[in-house]
Design a protein around this ligand. Sequence first.
Ligand code: IPD
Ligand code: CA
Ligand code: CA
Length: 303
Amino acid sequence: MGVMGRVARKSDRNEAGELDMTTYNDYLQEAVIAARIAGRYQKYRFASSLTIEMKGDKNLVTEVDKESERLIVEHLLSRFPGHDIVAEEGDYPQGGSPCRWIIDPVDGTTNYAHGYPWFCSSIGLELEGELVAGVIYNPVYDELFTATKGGGAYLNGSHLSVSARAPLKHSLLGTGFPYDCATDPANNFTNFIAFQKMARGIRRAGAAALDLAYVAAGRLDGYWELKLKAWDVAAGVLMVREAGGVVTTFDGSTYDIFNDRIVASNGMIHDEMVTMLASVASGGSAAQNQALAARTSEGYVNS
Ligand code: IPD
Ligand code: CA
Ligand code: CA
């Protein structure tokens, strides 16, 4: 009997106590179907007139966010009725399943609402609190990023590896800014200035999940952001790790998806990024920040 239609049980585990790869892939394939269903709908509705509500001063939600979430959740629960769901636009009962899907139906909502074609769906799966599968789908480019724990990361079926670019001054970085950046001093502005001076360039593309997928694909060498939610990062964190990259908090310690400070990189520039963030936080001058960051080059453990 396969895993479809029931929750994972201890009997799905191998002798090492892990779910085997086939099982992770079974979950992944259903997430891929759900992401493609949502992506088709997002493309169909793109640049059409939309009902838009405000969740905050700058934070939008469109009818496409809500309908995408409905489509994804409907598909996953039709296959795995006992699984738990955490998703951006809805509240779902938590039944205590070992399997929990963490979903951002449209990451890049501001882009989507403005007709700027840069957005995706992000679907991650936690098994007993551990990320085991992730899908990020950009329907405009038809780029499907996937990962399973221990099984690697892929773009449209081709294996992904992070870049080998270092040091930081030769790197292209990604970041973003929280919706409340006009009112909360934790706004990422000083970090942005410090990294912009040091690195080759920074992109603020507007979809955190795609930023992480791009680190996994070696298109960005590093990424940092603050005040993200679990649904922004669940799939992308697994993807970066499975592509050989490193994900930590700002201080270099172990990251989990409920931490609101994230640094993801190819590993080679990780120390420089963490040192830069620490230096900015301690109020260092731009020159001091750069000098400090440039002096660090040790590797991080991929955890
Ligand atoms: C946002 C995007 C953006 C990031 C924001 C997120 P949303 O998610 O990922 O890049 O900077 O902090 O909240 O609202 O488009 O799903
Ligand atoms: Ca998001
Ligand atoms: Ca969203």
